[in-house]
Design a protein around this ligand. Structure first.
Ligand code: FES
Ligand code: FES
Length: 352
């Protein structure tokens, strides 16, 4: 059984696991504040908040599957005032009073995205506001009053009851769909070798389009994001190794420290909402010719470690890509990690 908490209430969704969080929130829970604009991670109208390690992260609910949300805790725009003794939070008031909304369609997504910034310890600057709003489109009001509202708004810490996470459900079936969410690499490889036709993903920001826009319902899904061996960052004297299920957001501080120019590219990938879900491993695995990290990783001469039930192998990232969306991964093989060499004292790295 899946279980999740939305705005403090417990739900056990009985829906196919690839149902988008957006459809679940709007159509099954009747919470219509969260909007659907593009359905592909571009407009931010569907922004909701996930509580992760006590911090709020904005995510695109159109790209997140309900299965990915299992045992998670989320806040929609309706949950903000609910946590604030049923009065509008300062950012909602500031946007309303400052003329930051006209049609209002984009506003719930803008409010939730800015709320995550205002609740964080990050300094509120022109730059941090712009970075926060990079994934939110507003076509009528213009951004000036919205940015002014974010600058002026108070920053009280609003408390959300955090519940202790419980073990997630490793297998869930509904409506002809089976979702696996293994916790170990061994389990992942065994499931994959018995069902090589399954759709494998971690953050799901690329594959999510097939469910939100394409309305596809594959029979079998494998979510690798909970595999503990794929969730690590390890530094040695000569390199940094990033597990395939590490999100852009989690990897960014390390990349910033070692390759600031590469970090500038990562900050331009989609938006915070996308980077909070998407992974560098997924960017490599999808082998898209427009994969943002790939030119940097090739230029830095990164190496990939691949695992299958037959063991592990290492290969240069350049040899990994065969053709348009074609890789040298064998059947039943997964990306375990990417290792990026550190720059020598006589090397510089710049990306544009
Ligand atoms: Fe546009 Fe989700 S509906 S980003
Ligand atoms: Fe944002 Fe109209 S107020 S699109």
């Amino acid at each position: 059984m899946m279980n999740l908490i939305i705005n403090g209430d417990n739900f056990s969704p009985n829906v196919p696991p690839s149902t988008t969080m957006l459809d679940y929130i709007r159509d099954h829970l009747g919470l219509k504040g969260t909007k659907e604009g593009c359905g592909e991670g571009d407009c931010g109208a569907c922004t909701i908040l996930r509580i992760s390690d006590g911090k709020l992260q904005a995510i695109n609910s159109c790209l997140m599957q309900v299965g990915q949300a299992d045992r998670g805790q989320f806040i929609t725009v309706e949950g903000l005032a609910k946590a604030n003794q049923n009065i509008l939070t300062p950012i909602q008031l500031a946007i309303a009073e400052g003329g930051g909304t006209q049609c209002g369609f984009c506003t719930p997504g803008i409010v939730t995205a800015l709320f995550a910034l205002i609740q964080s310890d990050e300094e509120i600057t022109e730059e941090s506001i712009h970075e926060t709003l990079a994934g939110n489109l507003c076509r009528c009001t213009g951004y000036r009053p919205i940015i002014e509202a974010a600058k002026k708004c108070d920053r009280p810490k609003i408390h959300f009851n955090a519940t202790a996470p419980t073990t997630h459900s490793e297998k869930y079936q509904f409506g002809g769909q089976t979702r696996h969410a293994p916790s170990t690499l061994r389990d992942l490889l065994e499931i994959l070798s018995s069902r090589p036709d399954a759709v494998l993903f971690s953050g799901g920001t690329d594959i999510g389009l097939r469910f939100s826009k394409g309305r596809e319902k594959p029979d079998r899904l494998i979510d690798a994001s909970r595999v503990k061996e794929l969730n690590f960052i390890e530094e040695t004297e000569d390199s940094i190794r990033i597990g395939a299920a590490v999100t852009y957001t989690a990897a960014l501080p390390e990349i910033e420290r070692l390759y600031p120019s590469f970090a500038d590219i990562i900050r331009r990938i989609g938006s915070k909402q996308i980077r909070n879900l998407g992974t560098i491993g997924g960017n490599i695995g999808t082998a898209s010719p427009i994969g943002d990290t790939l030119p940097c990783l090739i230029a830095l001469d990164a190496k990939l470690t691949l695992f299958s039930l037959n063991g592990e192998r290492e290969l240069s990232i350049e040899d990994f890509f065969m053709d348009y969306r074609k890789t040298s991964l064998s059947l039943g093989e997964v990306i375990h990690s990417v290792s990026i060499p550190k720059l020598a004292s006589d090397q510089v790295f710049r990306s544009y």
